[in-house]
Write a protein that binds this ligand. Sequence first.
Ligand SMILES: Cc1cc2nc3c(=O)[nH]c(=O)nc-3n(C[C@H](O)[C@H](O)[C@H](O)COP(=O)(O)OP(=O)(O)OC[C@H]3O[C@@H](n4cnc5c(N)ncnc54)[C@H](O)[C@@H]3O)c2cc1C
Length: 486
Amino acid sequence: MKKVNKLVIVGGGTAGWITASWFSRRWGSKIDVTIIDKYQPERVGVGEATLLSFPSVMQKMGFRVEDWVKRIDATFKAGILFPGWGREDKVIWHPFGFTSIGDNKVPMYDIWSNYQSKYDVKEISPLYRTAMGNKIELDYIKDTYAYQIDCGKLVTFLHDNCNKICNYIQSDVKTVVKVDDDVEKIILEDGSEIKADLFIDCTGWNQLLIGKEDNVDLSDRLFIDSALAARVKYENPDKEMHPYTDCQAMEHGWRWRIPTRSRIGTGYCFNKNITSPDEVAKQFSEHWNGRIKPEDMRLLDWKPQMIDKFWKGNVVSIGLSAGFIEPLESTGLAMMIRGCEYLEESLYGCIYNPVFEPDIYNIRMKASFETAVDYVNMHYSYSERKGKFWDYVRLSHEKSGMQILMENQILDPNNETLQTDKISSFFGGTNWHIWLLQLMPEITKKTYWYPDTVDILSRFEKYIQTLDNNVKEATPQKILLKEWYG
Ligand SMILES: Cc1cc2nc3c(=O)[nH]c(=O)nc-3n(C[C@H](O)[C@H](O)[C@H](O)COP(=O)(O)OP(=O)(O)OC[C@H]3O[C@@H](n4cnc5c(N)ncnc54)[C@H](O)[C@@H]3O)c2cc1C
């Protein structure tokens, strides 16, 4: 067994500060936490759309929502809107809330399959109509909304709340001394040496401690490897500050629009082997009617990859050093949060068994990455869009086993479509279900619940009435943010 008395995190980007806060605020009395970052941090500086795990992790670190919403420039995120995916005239909605109906908990979308001509599936999805009206449903605020944030301000917030309970060293790590897979010590720029029981590599794409040799290339399943990112001033915040993230398919890939409290974060994702950054920059600027110019844009490019062993020797990689899929579906922050949660479970009592705990951690992280890659990959299927990027996607796209399984479920009238808690995937069955319902050309009417028809149908109608009421009672986001959080 190995005891962990001292934890050293190298890198102070989003991953570094989330990890440092997680362990110092939750285990501060049991473990000595040190975080090291360069004097002039070189952070990626993007990563602003979160998933539901974000508010939950802030709570687990002991932060009250009213303490951080304003400080990190947060707005609510009820889901993600995907205009133009599949076909130019299509709009897909990925909600966070899912519901089932009746004593047997029939998935709501299985019931909807009988009402396809009556209701647009988006219109009957939780939070959709209120989100489109820039409104928030107070009854669901605690567990069905994620947030859109300024990631630089998040780092500042975590730093301000943790630098007294963990050691913060500002220095470049110049040398990493390894014995086999273990880091024996790291050497800082002033020559001082630091040892630890466990090191966390949060140095982003540098992968300073874990090394680059075990990276697994994912570019055969992923299509995006570059983005131009920029910030845009609000012209009309009442309209533009919407409580959802907007990811629109474009000729050369897709574009995100993330409205935080004081400005909009935006980026155009593309494949650098197919389209040049200059070509994308021109279209991106036109798309924003000149509100951003090519010189305001920052190019970020990467290799879609994950590390084969997330925990090797006495080094665990969290954040970009562990891998990056692409920005679609906001997996970055969620994956680092998952890394912290799994690591805490492996280190329970600050002790771990080196014979199997790293293997368990690695399998859990690998499953998270693999299934998230499959989910992102699915978004690119069935595309009828024109242009060289989408031609390339059509030529190289292969459905994953998970997509085939989910499609077969959706097309089988006699069986329930598997839902969240019954499937082992980073994105649960409900997430797959709703996306595929909007992407597939035809959806089968489900009949397996017909013995309960009268009860189910009346409960479904009641559900629709509830949504109508929610729309009437919802509060404008602008008012809520001001009144609740100042
Ligand atoms: C285009 C793009 C869009 C994204 N959008 C989203 C999104 O909407 N939602 C989401 O959840 N995720 C998103 N992500 C992912 C997410 O932003 C990143 O995972 C995260 O912001 C960066 O995490 P990081 O801390 O791992 O890396 P970095 O920000 O790169 O931080 C690395 C840190 O290590 C330090 N460092 C490096 N070398 C040394 C050294 N030798 N000594 C000391 N310190 C060192 C650097 O100074 C820096 O502070 C996006 C990523 C990209 C590229």
